[in-house]
Design a protein. Structure first.
Length: 312
């Protein structure tokens, strides 16, 4: 079987955008969908260009999928486990099947580290837990906000959020974290109007708010809690091939989206810590265009009658 021009691993905004671009370049592509795009968590975003009234992550993914389907892009609902490189291209394996491709685009994203919370999904759905202040802090303007995480990182996020609310606090993730808050940390928090809270014992959803129960026995309710516990980029397929990884954990790519492995491209959250839909789509457009230009041209067959001489 003739190899694919490009195998796209991941079916989030980056992967789906790249699929449509490459299909419109008349390239043979296939999307490998592991079924867990990070965008599915978004209850409603008002930060995605072109949707003035907002759109849910699931609806956005469906629209992007529909657009790819309209250009006859095939999908495989499977998780790629290994990618091999040889002189003629790549082999992709899911444990049972194998596909060949001249190039590969990884749009594998990141996995957020979530707080331990029994009702996490309902809390995300109602906005009591939010994952991206850049995306949606506008929606909690003047609300009561807390940032949960390691003290230093949480304070930087809290300072950013002070532009949206006068009531912003930091909840350390453990008693050890609370003890690590030195005088300089507390002075910086006070300078920016950020309230330090005791370390967290338990977090739960109640009446649309997050209720934090602290190690010292106190409780407090917040309109929104932002966990900043980290995110783990899905780089294993690339690192197995020897692709370069940045100190922050994301894949290193050049300006065209190509990794240090020739023919292996990447787009979206797996290459950027600015985890935005618009950024992912921009990456995808650049990488897809670079892939198209990298591949050998394949002129379209002339239609019958094209180029016929005009009658004299």
């Amino acid at each position: 079987m003739e190899p694919l021009d490009c195998a796209i691993v991941g079916a989030g905004p980056a992967g789906l955008t790249a699929a449509t671009y490459l299909a419109r370049y008349h390239r043979r592509v296939r999307v490998f969908d592991g079924g867990d795009s990070r965008a599915r968590w978004i209850p409603r975003t008002h930060n995605c260009p072109g949707y003035p009234h907002g759109i849910s992550g699931r609806d956005l993914l469906q629209r992007l999928r529909d657009q790819a389907h309209a250009h006859d892009v095939p999908f495989e609902r499977t998780r790629i486990r290994r990618v091999h490189r040889d002189a003629t291209g790549f082999s992709l394996l899911d444990g049972q099947r194998q596909w060949r491709a001249r190039t590969v685009l990884l749009a594998t994203g990141v996995n957020d580290v979530m707080p331990e919370m029994a009702d996490l999904e309902p809390a995300i759905a109602c906005g009591a837990i939010r994952l991206c202040a850049i995306c949606d802090a506008y929606e909690v303007t003047d609300g009561r906000i807390a940032v949960l995480g390691p003290a230093a990182r949480a304070l930087e996020h809290a300072i950013f959020l002070r532009a949206y609310s006068a009531s912003v606090g930091v909840i350390p993730i453990s008693a050890a974290e609370q003890a690590s808050e030195d005088e300089a940390w507390r002075a910086r928090a006070g300078q920016h109007g950020v309230r330090p809270w005791p370390s967290l014992q338990r977090l739960r959803l109640q009446d649309g708010q997050c209720v934090a129960e602290f190690a010292d026995g106190r409780r407090a309710a917040f309109d929104t809690v932002y966990p900043v516990l980290g995110a783990l980029p899905e780089t294993s397929l690339a690192s197995d091939l020897g692709a370069g990884i940045a100190a922050s954990g994301e894949l290193r790519t050049d300006a065209r989206g190509e990794t240090s492995v020739r023919g292996l491209f990447a787009a979206g959250d797996v290459v950027s810590d600015l985890n935005q839909i618009a950024v992912a789509m921009g990456h995808a457009a650049i990488a897809a265009t670079a892939i198209h230009r990298r591949l050998p041209p394949h002129p379209r067959e002339a239609r019958q009658g094209d180029g016929d001489a005009l009658p004299s």
